[in-house]
Design a protein around this ligand. Sequence first.
Ligand SMILES: [Zn+2]
Length: 219
Amino acid sequence: MNVVFLGPPGAGKGTQAEVISKERGMEHISTGDLLRGAVERGSPRGRKAKEYMEKGLLVPDELVVDIVAERVSRDGSSGSFLFDGFPRNLAQAKALDETLKRLKDRVDVVFYFAVSEEIAVRRLSGRWMCPACGANYNERYIPPKEEGICDRCGKVLTQRQDDKVETVKKRLKVYREQTADLIDYYEERGVLRRVDADLSVEETHKEINKTLTSLRKAR
Ligand SMILES: [Zn+2]
């Protein structure tokens, strides 16, 4: 079974993807990880991707798609994948369908993590990280023992520029604009399921599991 998780920053899909992929023995495909892996291995595609990343540019669709296709094809049609934040747009979605079709496979279900602006802002703007050891914190969910200080190494925590309130609002708006036709595409194919991502991690998890279990039975 191949599953896609879509949703704006702050929707919590990364957290769910990690848990669900482990529970269900699915391969967790995050393009960020795949790209970093390709860059580290220094494969031809990885070297190309690196040029864009170093300039702070988005890696072009074709290259991202090739790297994903390479990974998916490696396991053949026996694979069961959870795509986390991929595809990002209609062109990538169509390319993914082509790749899976060649393997006589398909996207079975797409979960769209619908999150309100208020909740996304609250989640993201509360994020802090340690510049020294990389530990992550959240004011509400995983606060450090001492405010502003890393539990692990005692350094002063910092906030990513990306996580400041105004930036978060802008990112949400851009995300909605860029994914509207992608959502329509999956909706027309009847595979889209909306998840209420304003709920707690546990409740959202339960909702996704219920759908996955019923789909598995129906398959
Ligand atoms: Zn630290």
